[in-house]
Design a protein around this ligand. Structure first.
Ligand SMILES: [Zn+2]
Length: 151
């Protein structure tokens, strides 16, 4: 057994970088079964002019390209915010083993609330889910971003 090492700090770095690009500060890191980082990404919906440009989707795409596989069994996803229904569905399709997320998202989350994608009978694969990882840092980043946008 390899010792558990959180990759949330790297996800937070991706989220901070997204904020500097005026993107909603969400970051994601995909880690392979051997503990090696396969991909990391932050939101790029504005830059790519693409509503699917969420951090999780971009990280999944990059990791699949790196492995030459459309599935990522045994992989762990770290993401600073609860995945939305679109990303939760992609996580399920990719057969990701474990999801670690930071802040909960009462407005747009699709894991612990809303459609609860992984618990849905149509879900083909349910990853293990761990919430509240570095939650405060993840929330602060989002709060600051939206406060500065308003002022
Ligand atoms: Zn999403």
């Amino acid at each position: 057994m390899t010792r558990f090492k959180s990759h949330m700090d790297q996800a937070l770095e991706e989220a901070r970088a997204a904020a500097t690009r005026s993107e909603v500060p969400v970051g994601a890191v995909l880690v392979g079964p051997d503990g090696i980082v396969l991909a990391s990404a932050g939101n790029r919906t504005r830059e790519l002019i693409d509503p699917t440009g969420h951090a999780e989707i971009l990280a999944i795409r990059a990791a699949c390209q790196a492995l030459g596989s459309e599935r990522l069994p045994g992989c762990d996803l770290y993401v600073t915010l609860e995945p939305c229904p679109m990303c939760a569905s992609a996580i399920s399709q990719a057969r990701i083993a474990r999801v670690y997320y930071g802040a909960t998202d009462p407005k747009s989350g699709g894991v612990a609330q809303g459609p609860r994608v992984f618990d849905h009978p149509q879900s083909h694969h349910r990853p293990e889910v761990y919430d509240g990882i570095s939650a405060e840092a993840c929330e602060d980043l989002l709060k600051t971003f939206f406060q500065e946008k308003r002022s």
